[in-house]
Design a binder for this molecule. Structure first.
Ligand code: BGC
Length: 756
């Protein structure tokens, strides 16, 4: 598909409509504010046309009628619908005669603007501008502004309102829709099927035209539209302003209608210009705390800007009952469920730059602890085993039969839910990272320590004592590489489980976690005797799981060729990967990144080189790990390649076709590749630390990242042979450089030269 253009620094531009690619483009151009998300599809595309359009409210899930799909985000009624007709001809960018076209997203402020010049059959030259934003300053507001200007007299019809003729891809979630008028406003309440949430939208539309026309109401069971008919003369313009309030009953105390009215009242008081100015300021504040700049490489800059934009759009700023779904709020793939993608890939960006959002992600796991307890108990274990696919209760939404065998129609047993136990360790890993980066120790007593205790209990009960070998082992798991099922002693899982026990023991020793002496003794015993596969002393390679190195070694292409049907799951007993050393995604290499202090550079190099040709990258979570470990071993060229891969995944150049929504993990990985990778920055309890001098890809003249350590806003700039740390706070900040400990003075800078 033709590439998008990146205009100076911030604006992403599409120069021609790409109807075939609209699902992916509607993801790229999606807007969100952490509370709800609106896909970027054009106003005139009817919501009933599957795919492009979509609007999702974070934290609202529904079980549809029938069993076509799992519980998921229901698609809300479409309020981003506006149809324009001139002299009886309806505008549609996909089929109308266009003399100019541009759809542009301003990443600095989340303003989507589409400008077209349309030549109608009747010969009118109409300039149309569609603008919209999902308010960052007001959680429940979206605002649309549509204008047109014509070069000769014509008859215009504008139709706009709320269209509830929506479904999800495989299911219909709305059990009922009610429209009413509240004063001048159109009010729509859609009720989902199960558990029966009320989702409300309200809009007051203002049509401004040089002379009054006719207004009619177009109303049926699924729509309520206002239809304005008027005349324009040569050179005249008209515009439609459409502020929309969007609320969900789960998050509103009292009446939905009143909540909507309050939101609309604020928007109406401000009008378009002032609302937009507030929205821009809110975005400017987010960027001010977190922006990354790269000098000398526009491709790389686009990658990080785009990644940060969508991560900032998806962050849960306002509520600790919600988190970040794997595809953000930008689409319905993966059902709006939260995976380890959040804790391991996305979360560090928030912990380092938007600690309030990170605290809410932590809060979400605290709030869903009971679901995790239920899951552990249902499988016969103690403690808490977090859901592989988590929604609002924390009960696992992942089915035991995720795939169907396309050759026989039979369901295939899969083990994501019952065996991917590292998810519990990932949650604890994120908690510790949050505490270290932000200095917040209070959250341990606000439920944080309960999560760690339950996690430690889980691993202590999940590990088995093997008397013959005098050690604990962990059997029958699925590691991050989901193609090899039911394996024993997956290095990633065992190492992360041990890390969890260490965190629990450490907190107990500091008096931050309560437990009995017996239990603490048990954790210490398991921690000390848990088998964690070590690097082979000769080759340095860590065996991914017991017996992995006995598997067949062959090029990935060959394995792929043996797939019996293109839609067959590639892993497990029916897929061709299980009997080979080829893997779906980074596994050992992911571990070497997460626990990078525990492994030497030689071990990292040996494993990177061993696993890289054997990794299919069939998951978008994979490239970032290879970028990060490449920076640890000084392979900047490879790190750069994988950085571009991970940061451009949704921009269309690479990547899997699951593009209904952004690949949040891959985008988070882009930020990690820069901050933990090239810049080698880590926020520790003792201060920001450089694990080595920064490494810059050849093209980069400089890279700079803002971050916050324990409440102090800072920035780190790296140029070849030089680093500058800036302290934007009013207190001195200690930093640990490869050359030793130093202090960056309040409102001051510290500059150091180093060998390249
Ligand atoms: C990956 C998982 C990931 C999930 C959601 C899968 O394809 O293998 O690691 O959590 O997608 O993004």
């Amino acid at each position: 598909m033709p590439e998008l253009r990146f205009e100076p620094g911030w604006v992403l531009v599409e120069d021609a409509p790409e109807p075939e690619e609209e699902i992916a483009r509607s993801t790229v151009f999606a807007l969100a504010n952490g509370t709800f998300g609106l896909r970027g599809a054009p106003e005139e595309v009817p919501a009933s046309e599957q795919g492009a359009k979509g609007c999702y409210f974070n934290g609202i899930y529904d079980t549809p009628r029938g069993l076509l799909t799992e519980r998921e985000f229901p698609n809300l009624p479409d309020f981003a619908c506006v149809w324009i007709e001139i002299d009886g001809e309806r505008f549609d960018a996909r089929s109308s005669r266009l003399e100019a076209y541009r759809r542009a997203l301003d990443l600095s402020c989340g303003l989507l603007r589409r400008e077209v010049v349309w030549r109608t059959q009747s010969g009118v030259r109409a300039e149309l501008v569609f603008e919209r934003f999902v308010a960052m300053h007001d959680a429940n507001l979206a605002f649309l502004n549509v204008s047109l200007k014509v070069d000769r007299a014509c008859k215009v019809v504008v139709e706009s309102g709320i269209d509830a003729n929506v479904t999800n891809r495989w299911a219909d979630h709305l059990a009922g829709v009610r429209f009413s008028k509240v004063g001048e406003a159109i009010f729509c309440v859609a009720r989902t099927t199960d558990p029966g949430h009320d989702l409300a939208e309200m809009t007051v539309q203002f049509l401004a035209a040089p002379r009054p026309g006719r207004i009619e109401i177009v109303e049926d069971r699924t729509r309520y539209l206002e239809r304005y008919t008027f005349e324009l003369l040569a050179g005249e313009s008209a515009s439609l302003l459409k502020p929309v309030a969007v609320h969900a009953d789960r998050f509103v105390r009292g009446s939905l209608s009143q909540a909507c009215q309050r939101t609309l009242r604020r928007a109406l008081q401000d009008g378009w210009e002032r609302s937009l100015a507030r929205h821009r300021r809110a975005w400017a504040r987010l960027w001010d705390r977190s922006r990354v700049d790269i000098e000398g490489d526009d491709d790389a800059l686009l990658g990080i800007r785009f990644s940060q934009f969508h991560l900032l759009a998806a962050a849960p700023y306002r509520d600790a009952r919600i988190s970040v779904p794997a595809r953000g709020l930008q689409g319905q793939d993966y059902y709006g469920s939260v995976f380890w993608d959040c804790e391991i890939f996305v979360f560090p960006f928030y912990a380092y730059t938007q600690p309030e959002a990170a605290r809410n992600c932590v809060g979400y796991r605290i709030a869903t602890l009971d679901g995790a307890r239920r899951k552990a108990a249902s499988l016969g274990f103690e403690g808490a085993y977090y859901a592989w696919q988590s929604q609002e209760t924390g009960d696992d939404q992942c089915d035991r039969y995720v795939f169907t065998n396309p050759l026989t129609g039979e369901k295939i047993r899969s083990y994501f839910m019952d065996e991917q136990i590292h998810i519990t360790a990932d949650v604890v890993y994120a908690f510790r990272q949050y505490a270290e980066a932000t200095g917040d120790d209070v959250f341990w007593s606000e439920g944080g320590a309960d999560v760690v205790r339950e996690a430690a209990r889980f691993f202590a009960s999940r590990a088995v004592w093997v008397p013959a070998r005098g050690r604990y082992e962990i059997h029958r798991v699925l590691g991050p590489d989901e193609y090899h099922e039911n394996v024993d002693n997956n290095a990633f899982t065992n190492a992360m489980a041990r890390e969890t026990l260490r965190t629990a023991i450490g907190l107990a020793e500091r008096g931050l976690l309560e437990t009995s002496d017996d239990e603490l003794a048990r954790w210490r015993d398991v921690e000390a005797k848990l088998f964690v596969p070590e690097p082979d002393p000769r080759t340095g390679v860590i065996e991914q799981f017991d017996g992995y190195l006995r598997l067949r070694d062959e090029p990935i292409d060959e394995t792929n060729r043996r797939l019996a049907h293109p839609d067959l799951h590639k892993g497990g007993p029916l897929g061709p990967f299980q009997e080979t050393r080829n893997i779906k995604q980074a596994d050992v290499v992911m571990l070497l990144y997460l626990l990078r202090d525990r492994y030497s550079d030689e071990v990292k190099r040996a494993n990177w080189e061993f696993y890289e040709p054997r990794t299919a990258h069939d998951s978008s979570l994979s490239p970032m790990a290879y970028a990060l470990v490449a920076t640890d071993v000084g392979r900047t060229d490879w790190a750069y390649r994988y950085y571009l891969y991970t940061s451009h995944i949704d921009l269309g150049a690479y990547g899997p076709h699951w593009n209904h929504g952004v690949h949040t993990a891959s985008l988070g990985g882009a930020w990690l590749a820069i901050v933990h990778g090239f810049l080698r920055l880590r926020l520790t309890p003792d201060g920001p630390r450089l694990d080595g001098w920064p490494l810059l890809p050849e093209k980069w003249r400089a890279v700079e990242a803002r971050f916050e350590w324990h409440g102090h806003p800072m920035a780190l700039r790296a140029e070849p042979g030089r680093v500058v740390l800036e302290n934007r706070s009013s207190a001195d900040v200690p930093v640990i450089l490869p050359s030793g400990q130093e202090v960056v003075p309040a409102r001051g800078r510290l500059e150091r030269a180093h060998g390249v």
